[in-house]
Design a protein around this ligand. Structure first.
Ligand SMILES: Nc1ncnc2c1ncn2[C@@H]1O[C@H](COP(=O)(O)OP(=O)(O)OP(=O)(O)O)[C@@H](O)[C@H]1O
Ligand SMILES: [Mg+2]
Length: 265
């Protein structure tokens, strides 16, 4: 089982879009995938049309001493009960605002950075990939979600002003590496790319220069991707519904390529 964390402390850069479509792309190759929604907004949960629920909370609570005592019964059982099947081979552990409650309890006690990694490796062995979608924030749960990762993917928008968030996130990962984090920054994933715009081409080139080893092929800005959350579909479902003719086909291909790159690295 491999844990992939999708993160960038900047908001609106395509984290949730990446989490959903990468999870779907991997599931379509036959891998068993769990998407765990660690954003208290629950955007990944809502994206798939699944009701918000305290799945991420329950997982954390079972491993936070002050909260675990409040949960009656067998943690393995009630954590599994929170998982919802979304698609074939593609399950989700939903999230909601209660994730913040877990974070607050966690910050009161002794800080244990490996708590989430332990929880996931104990509870979700049956999956090939566990993908964590995270909120645009710093510290707290986010650091635990980074520490949990075997691979981190940082979606970074090609719009100007996005490089700062990327650099800060990369610095956080370097600090974790210095503390003994065994995972790797698998990729900077440029998003909202558009070769017709000089600004976007320049930003893309600067990402490539800054992270030559970790650079992944970009995801273009597309109306097809923008329309997914409102319709609760993945890019593959949208492309198929359109007979693979329209713009969705290119975006689907880009996410399929991303999954391939992840399986290779
Ligand atoms: N490549 C793209 N082209 C066009 N629209 C996109 C693209 N990627 C994401 N979007 C849209 O941009 C918005 C932000 O994307 P998304 O929710 O994936 O970002 P996020 O980083 O998860 O945001 P947050 O920080 O709020 O969690 C959404 O409306 C999404 O549909
Ligand atoms: Mg998001």
């Amino acid at each position: 089982m491999k844990i992939i964390t999708i993160t960038n402390q900047k908001g609106g850069v395509g984290k949730t879009t990446t989490a959903i479509n990468l999870a779907s792309a991997l599931a379509r190759t036959g891998k068993r995938v769990l998407l765990a929604d660690f954003d208290p907004q629950g955007s990944a949960t809502t994206f798939l049309g699944i009701p918000l629920a305290p799945g991420a909370y329950v997982l954390l609570a079972a491993y936070i001493p002050n909260l675990a005592t409040l949960l009656a019964g067998d943690p393995g059982r009630y954590i599994l009960d929170r998982i919802v099947q979304s698609r074939e081979n593609f399950d989700i552990l939903p999230g909601n605002m209660q994730t913040v409650v877990a974070q607050n309890f966690m910050l009161q006690g002794e800080r244990d950075i490996s708590l989430l990694r332990r929880a996931i490796t104990d509870q979700f062995r049956q999956y090939d990939f566990v993908i964590l979608d995270t909120a645009p924030s710093v510290g707290g749960i986010l650091e635990l979600a980074m520490w949990a990762a075997d691979k981190v993917i940082v979606p970074a928008s090609c719009e100007t002003g996005s490089i700062d968030g990327l650099m800060q996130t990369a610095a956080t990962l370097r600090a974790l590496t210095a503390k003994g984090w065994p995972g790797q920054l698998t990729g900077i994933l440029p998003t909202f790319f558009d070769e017709r715009t000089t600004e976007r081409r320049k930003t893309l080139a600067s990402y490539n220069r800054a992270f030559p080893e970790a650079f992944l092929s970009p995801i273009h800005e597309s109306a097809a991707l923008r329309e997914l959350p409102a319709n609760h579909v993945t890019i593959f479902e949208k492309a198929e519904a359109e007979g693979n003719k329209k713009t969705a086909a290119r975006a689907a291909q880009e996410f399929e390529n991303l999954a391939r790159a992840i399986l290779r690295r």
